[in-house]
Design a protein around this ligand. Structure first.
Ligand code: NAD
Ligand code: TYD
Length: 352
């Protein structure tokens, strides 16, 4: 089995669902269930013995030691993090705690566990760190996309804390020999995305005829990847990646934010027309994010060259699926918006 951290969040839940469907291997899912953790995203695994959930924090070393000793995973996929840039601007402490201290604690627990494994298990063990392209900073319009060799130039408290975690992971390999893999991925979108991030926020606001807040001129560029493509890339890297290497993951889909928002509006106009007029009438430019990175772009050729991975979805197919998913899962959205999803643990687990 493998241990996944943060498996109740957006990418983590998609990863757990994808992993079990694709490999059939069991997952021990450790998640603190912050506001971003939602076990309802994993409701389809409720009676599946291949998914075991543990409500706990990655900064809790005794818990980590106990879980590793009891379950003896062959790999750790570290997804847990504080992940929202705007929240990191308002309250950076949680980002340093989870992303830096939490990664450090997990690395130390992994090192102790790995050190005690028998030779074969030790050679096969992997610590896969899931990170972001934001560690590389911001590109100007004509700059080449980020390769794995790009300098680290993080600009937000979020990206600085992720950069710090990447450095710790690197050092635990170079100093202690821990068999690590790191992936740096571009912006994800897809099902189970908490509606504080651009794409799900625009979908749920448009459906409620609320303003669609575009920061500044909306010309900031991100490279968008459908979340299930990210999950497939993690599987490939975990299976065949070279220990100690980092791999960039991207969708080859650079788009300015305003174009993303207009695309979401056009799809909603088609799938759920509003008698009051096009959803694009709701677009509202608001004050820019402080220190807002202008452009991210990923060069994912290393992953393609060495492991043969390419995204299965184009932006057009992925965004259509995503909008459809939100229309078909109004209950999931409503329970996130009302906060009812946070009662799920008590409802589902208290009697077990
Ligand atoms: P998310 O905020 O949706 O989910 C994070 C999960 O981690 C939640 O379930 C939360 O409860 C859990 N968590 C937070 N603090 C914890 C702690 N101290 N102990 C245990 N669990 C804790 O995040 P996401 O968007 O799914 O991102 C997951 C990872 O992928 C992050 O490491 C992020 O940096 C990286 N990433 C995200 C994107 C993206 O576009 N969302 C892109 C590239 C990389
Ligand atoms: P976000 O989804 O927060 O991801 P990140 O900042 O990690 O790239 O934001 C994506 C882009 O959308 C980013 O340039 C900020 C912008 N944005 C808006 O214009 N309006 C919004 O309400 C949000 C949440 C983001």
């Amino acid at each position: 089995m493998i241990l996944a951290t943060g498996g109740a969040g957006f990418i983590g839940a998609n990863f757990v669902l994808d992993w079990i469907a694709a490999t059939g291997e069991a997952v021990l899912n450790l998640d603190a269930l912050t506001y971003a953790g939602n076990l309802e995203s994993l409701a389809s695994l409720n009676s599946d013995p291949r998914h075991a959930f543990v409500h706990g924090d990655i900064t809790d070393r005794p818990l980590l030691d106990r879980l590793l000793a009891e379950h003896r995973p062959r790999a750790i996929v570290h997804v847990a993090a504080e992940s929202h840039v705007d929240r990191s601007i308002h309250g950076p402490a949680a980002f340093v705690r989870t992303n830096v201290e939490g990664t450090f604690t997990l690395l130390e627990a992994a090192r102790a566990y790995w050190g005690g494994l028998a030779t074969n298990d030790k050679a096969g063990f992997r610590f896969h760190h899931v990170s972001t392209d934001e560690v590389y900073g911001s590109l100007a319009a004509g700059d080449a996309p980020f390769t794995e060799r790009h300098a680290y130039e993080p600009n937000s408290p979020y990206s600085a804390s992720k950069a710090a975690s990447d450095h710790l992971v690197r050092a635990w390999h170079h100093t202690y020999g821990l068999p690590v893999l790191t992936t740096n991925c571009s912006n994800n979108y897809g099902p189970y995305h908490f509606p504080e991030k651009l794409i799900p926020l625009m979908i749920v606001n448009a459906l409620a005829a609320k303003p669609l807040p575009v920061y500044g001129d909306g010309q900031q560029v991100r490279d968008w990847l459908y979340v299930r493509d990210h999950c497939a890339a993690i599987r490939e890297v975990l299976a065949r990646g070279v220990v100690g290497e980092t791999y960039n993951i991207g969708g080859w889909n650079e788009k300015p934010n305003i174009e993303i928002v207009r695309t979401v509006c056009a799809l909603l106009d088609e799938m759920r027309p509003d008698p009051a007029g096009s959803h694009a009438r709701l677009i509202t430019h608001v004050a820019d994010r402080p220190g807002h990175d202008r452009r991210y772009a990923i060069d994912a050729r290393k992953l393609e060259r060495e492991l043969g991975w390419r995204p299965a979805e184009t932006f057009e197919t992925g965004i259509r699926k995503t909008v459809r998913w939100y229309l078909d899962h109004a209950d999931w959205v409503a329970r996130v918006q009302s906060g009812a999803y946070r009662d799920w643990v008590a409802t589902n687990y208290s009697a077990r």
